[in-house]
Ligand binder design. Structure first.
Ligand code: IMP
Length: 216
């Protein structure tokens, strides 16, 4: 792995929420994240078929455009009974024909497909959230950090916290969905929890922080 020599990195995302989350994580280590939007970078098309490919496309494009190391995140929901779908197409399943995203519709779509597949019993409703972070340099060198969390899909959706598919995802070992948990609990950052975190993104970040920022 290559050491991170600059304190300034670009976050290859136009999503201000993601950039804020990344700044919260790297700030205490003396790093600062600039967003792709702040730098007016174009958003590349995510043409990959794996989370790693798409994370790589985003991070490499931002690193080459700015000359700085760039960090990207690609994530999604993989449902066992649907052979891993929606996977890299998780955001696409929420696209409305008239534009914009509707996650209530996307969760309903997943549920309809689970019913079609005969997956109505809890043991057939396994799923995982995946988050892959890519740190890429302008010369094309890239490193990846993958976090996953296993769980079960419930129906109907429960809770109004979090975002996206959180209200139908109940992580293993818990009896509430991510939609019913405050962010600190979803990410596993409250006092007393293990250092790896709970959510897929927290787990990927923990690996990144450990390997690149010198976290314990
Ligand atoms: P991305 O921005 O291309 O990585 O899209 C990821 C998709 O997966 C988004 O549509 C999110 O709604 C969904 N997703 C990723 N992480 C989470 C999560 O922590 N909770 C709920 N949905 C998520």
């Amino acid at each position: 792995m290559r050491p991170l020599e600059t304190r300034e990195i670009v976050v290859a995302s136009h999503n201000e929420g993601k950039v804020a989350e990344i700044n919260d994580l790297i700030g205490p280590f003396g790093f600062h994240a600039k967003s792709a939007k702040e730098l007016n970078l174009a958003e590349p098309e995510e043409t990959g078929t794996t989370f790693e490919e798409n994370a790589g496309i985003k991070a490499l494009a931002a690193a080459r455009a700015t000359g700085l190391p760039a960090l990207s995140d690609d994530s999604g929901l993989c449902v066992d009974a649907l052979d891993g779908a929606p996977g890299v197409y998780t955001a696409d399943w929420a696209e409305k024909p008239e534009g914009g995203r509707d996650f209530a519709m996307a969760m309903r779509k997943v549920e309809e497909k689970l019913v079609e597949a005969g997956a109505t019993m809890r043991e057939k409703r396994g799923a995982r959230f995946v988050s892959v972070l890519c740190l890429a340099w302008p010369d094309g060198h890239a490193e990846f950090f993958r976090g996953e969390v296993e769980g079960t899909l419930v129906w109907p959706p429960r809770g109004s916290q979090g975002f996206g598919y959180d209200p139908v995802f109940m992580p293993d070992g818990h009896d509430r969905t991510f939609g019913e948990m405050p962010a600190t609990e979803k990410h596993g950052w409250e006092a007393g929890r293990g250092d790896l975190g709970l959510s897929h993104r927290a787990r990927a970040f923990a690996l990144f922080a450990r390997h690149k920022l010198g976290a314990e």
